[in-house]
Design a protein around this ligand. Structure first.
Ligand code: SAM
Length: 346
């Protein structure tokens, strides 16, 4: 068939528009004509090659050894947490466009969706932030004692705390006290399992104590988290959804109160949304990181032990209350598996 100017225009248009479509609309577009079908196919294959849309240091591909007909899982990618209600979380994002012609996203930017979770607290004024008093430098007031030497040993034993520099500090993003603020730097892949769905795997050796990734998603009010949890529970029971709503409680220094943090990575999140549960605590430990001047802590994953290339990354979602009805089956495969997944008490 003779190539026409109209055909070229259609393909150019499709390269710009199709990356914005969620999978059902992409499939519908592909059914309309051969030209759109070709572009839709390349959008799908680019999506499968990098869940992070070029926003992390290394591409994070989807691998499906099960042979199911779903090459990737669809969600909007954010490197950092966003507030769900104010301003409203984004509802669309291009993914899978031609990286040369359609470079809308800038991988070097700190965040795709500006993270507005900062307060007005003071920052440090260090020339060079140092975790310990060394030479001419005093210890950076934002650093926590564990900075740079995090042991990663809390697997299954609750959540550690850490502090880092924040927006009001005089240092930049390369500061040593912003270890968890530069996105994912280890190589990862997302692998499908017939029973657990997609899971996050190491694609390199990760040493014990190394930062792996933050659990980025939408920060929710408790009321909104409860509302969503009810919907998700219904959909998850029917096997129609793998929800990724995490509730973390930070015990305040008084010991009398605790701050509840709800992060939902189901629709807007980063690769951490693929970390599956393991009853034995898995190989990741959780650390609550508070940036100077920030109102809410961020939840970060560190390697709790040395992790080899190909190993699945996992942590404990909590303890399953086996007296509760309707808990989903657990397929973690650990020797202490209790057979049911923990469910958040909302
Ligand atoms: C945070 S998501 C993890 C990613 C998820 N597997 C996916 O495909 O998107 C949590 C959901 O994954 C599934 N899951 C996680 N750990 C599991 C396990 N040990 N056994 C069975 N299903 C698991 C459950 O559906 C759970 O609600």
């Amino acid at each position: 068939m003779r190539r026409t100017r109209g055909g070229a225009d259609l393909r150019q248009w499709a390269e710009l528009v199709l990356p914005w479509l969620p999978p059902p609309d992409l499939t519908a577009a592909a059914c309309t004509c051969k030209a759109l079908s070709r572009v839709a196919k390349s959008v799908s294959s680019r999506r499968a090659s990098d869940a992070a849309r070029g926003l992390e240091r290394h591409p994070i591909p989807f691998l499906d050894p099960t042979g199911d007909d779903q090459p990737y899982s669809y969600f909007l990618y954010t490197r950092f947490p966003v507030l769900a209600l104010f301003p409203p979380a984004p509802s669309a994002q291009p993914w899978g466009g031609d990286p040369d012609k359609n470079r809308i996203l800038d991988a070097s930017s700190l965040a795709v969706f500006a993270s507005p979770i900062t307060g007005s607290g003071a920052g440090c004024g260090c020339n060079v932030c140092a975790p310990l008093a060394v030479g001419d430098y005093g210890r950076c007031p934002c650093s926590s004692p564990k900075m740079g030497s995090f042991s990663g040993s809390n697997a299954g034993n609750g959540t550690d705390l850490m502090t880092e520099c924040g927006t009001n500090c005089s240092c930049g993003v390369e500061c040593v006290n912003r270890l968890t603020q530069r996105g994912v730097s280890v190589k990862l892949r997302i692998v499908k399992d017939r029973k657990k769905g997609w899971g996050l795997h190491a694609a390199q050796f990760i040493r014990r104590g190394q930062f792996v990734c933050e659990y980025a998603g939408e920060f929710l009010t408790t009321e909104e988290a409860r509302r969503r949890q009810r919907t998700y529970d219904e959909l998850a029971c029917g096997g129609r959804l793998h929800p990724a709503l995490l509730v973390v409680r930070e015990h305040l220094p008084s010991g009398k109160a605790c701050l509840r943090v709800n992060v939902d990575a189901t629709k807007v999140g980063n690769v951490a949304r693929f970390v599956n549960h393991s009853c034995d605590g898995g190989n990741l430990s959780t650390v609550l990181v508070r940036n100077s001047g920030s109102l809410l802590p961020r939840l970060c994953f560190f390697a709790a032990k040395d992790v080899v290339d190909g190993e699945e990354l996992s942590f404990s979602y909590g303890v399953a209350d086996l007296t509760k009805q309707g808990l989903l089956p657990c397929f973690c495969g650990s020797s202490c598996c209790v057979g049911r997944l923990p469910s958040e008490e909302t």
